[in-house]
Design a protein around this ligand. Structure first.
Ligand code: OFO
Length: 171
């Protein structure tokens, strides 16, 4: 059984994950509009991952006999100065999500909720991957300085990304 404080914090995280999905869908649409379909596909896959993050929280709350309460989601930004600016915004967002997961782990600790602490381990590892994959693309974009040839090559590379269901360890 979750404490009220823990249930509220996990519910807030469902909102944060769905907000991530909404932001990344806006980024996918931005790249689609620029004609950079590989970048758009990369973000489309990211949206699916975020939906899975939200779903894991949703299922966990129910498993622990908690109540899921969905809140509103704010409209995301829809325009960026450049592909690099969009990816820098994505990296900033992932760092924000990491700090939220760390706060959640702190609440689980304060509440003496061992099951939630273990459950959150998956998210802690996932955030390491999330920051690293976005950070790598930020570095590549800085390196190519957004030259049309470099963007074209990177677009092709990112278009190869296949959606894979994140590992379900820790469930
Ligand atoms: Fe991108 O990790 Fe969830 O929000």
């Amino acid at each position: 059984m979750l404490t009220d404080k823990m249930a509220k914090a996990l519910n807030d995280q469902i909102n944060a994950e769905l907000s991530s999905a909404y932001l990344y869908q806006a980024m996918a649409a931005y790249f689609e509009h620029l004609g950079l379909r590989g970048f758009a596909k990369w973000f489309d896959n990211q949206v699916l991952e975020e939906m899975i993050h939200a779903r894991k929280l949703y299922d966990f709350i129910h498993e622990r006999s908690g109540r899921v309460v969905l809140e509103g989601i704010e409209a995301p930004q829809h325009e960026w100065e450049s592909p690099l600016a969009a990816f820098e915004a994505a990296l900033k967002h992932e760092r924000y999500i990491t700090s939220r997961i760390n706060d959640l782990a702190r609440v689980a600790d304060e509440e003496g909720d061992r099951a939630t602490q273990i459950f959150l381990q998956w998210f802690i590892s996932e955030q390491v991957e999330e920051e690293s994959s976005v950070g790598e693309i930020v570095d590549q974009l800085r390196f190519i300085k957004e030259s049309p040839h470099g963007l074209f090559m990177l677009d092709r590379e990112l278009g190869q990304r296949k959606f894979t269901t994140p590992s379900v360890e820790g469930e």
